[in-house]
Design a protein around this ligand. Structure first.
Ligand code: PGA
Length: 287
């Protein structure tokens, strides 16, 4: 299977904020993104040109703000990408309140930006307040829609606290990845530079972080699942992000683990200095 895949290394560090339903206004969102770029990231990444092949930095922003944030992101000379936090799998139709792949693609058009989309975040898989729970089958439809519309999906997976306590972590990861990627070919998966985001649900927004060793073990398992499905090369070259209470204070240790290739950052991405602090923690590892 692997020999059909172009042998291009693509295991980059991917440091992404997930703003969720924040901040409250477009003005606050613009200010936050502008500060991130101009007060923090540009000075930090002054020699970014030589590093851009190895690191991806972005924000999964609210759809409503995306168009206007795209203008701000363009002032970052390619170092700030944007992505959607979710999308529906049908391209158009009577689906009140949803956004489709073609809609998102048509907004994320500026140079240096892939049409990135986060799929299967645990707040959508388990979020009882959201009403509709996303199953692996729905997530699989969304992944296939992403590939059909030439988007780059970040597939979020992770176990709940009770699943971890019952020793089910590895089974859950396998189930979510195998079902989420059902009928997805190696060319689709690798061609789109798919990222896997491992986010233990019990560590999201709780201040509890998986220890670097625990996280690395789960990431190694994820890589093993990819190896079985798509072969050695693809498994080795796929970026696997960690998410769950990552902050400047714990990022360096997490990111230094063999199988951790970045972070998906919720709370700390709402503060420009904290987000930049996590990027700074990745930089010594990137070269
Ligand atoms: P957190 O969120 O960093 O606030 O724990 C991570 C996420 O939900 O992606």
């Amino acid at each position: 299977m692997t020999e059909r895949v172009a042998q291009v290394p693509q295991r980059t560090y991917e440091i992404w904020g997930n703003w969720k339903m924040n901040p409250r206004t477009i003005d606050e969102a613009e200010t936050l993104l502008f500060d991130m770029i101009h007060e923090h990231l540009k000075p930090l990444l002054a020699d970014f040109t030589s590093m851009r092949r190895y690191i991806g930095i972005g924000i999964f922003a609210p759809d409503l703000f995306m168009s206007s944030l795209g203008t701000t992101a363009q002032t970052a000379d390619g170092l700030m990408k944007l992505g959607a936090q979710n999308m529906y799998f049908e391209p158009e139709g009577a689906f009140t309140g949803e956004s489709s792949a073609p809609m998102i693609r048509s907004i994320l058009t500026y140079a240096d930006n892939d049409p990135n989309v986060l799929i299967g975040h645990s707040e959508r898989r388990h979020g009882s307040i959201l009403g509709v729970l996303e199953t692996d089958e729905i997530i699989n439809e969304k992944m296939k829609a992403a590939y059909n519309h030439a988007m780059r999906p970040f597939l979020a997976v992770g176990e709940t606290l009770s699943e971890r306590e019952e020793g089910l972590t590895e089974d859950i990861l396998e189930e979510q990845i195998i079902r989420g990627l059902k009928d997805v070919t190696v060319d689709e998966f690798f061609g789109a530079r798919t990222v896997i985001a491992y986010e233990p649900v019990w560590a999201i927004g709780t201040g509890k972080t998986a220890t670097p060793e625990m996280a690395n073990e789960a990431h190694a398992h994820v890589r093993g699942i990819l190896r079985e499905k798509y072969g050695d090369y693809v498994a080795e070259q796929t970026s696997i992000q960690y998410g769950g209470s990552m902050k400047p204070g714990n990022a360096a240790e997490l990111l230094a683990q063999e199988h951790i290739d970045g972070g998906l950052i919720g709370g700390a991405s709402l503060d420009a200095a904290s987000f930049a602090g996590i990027v700074a923690a990745a930089l010594p590892l990137v070269r």
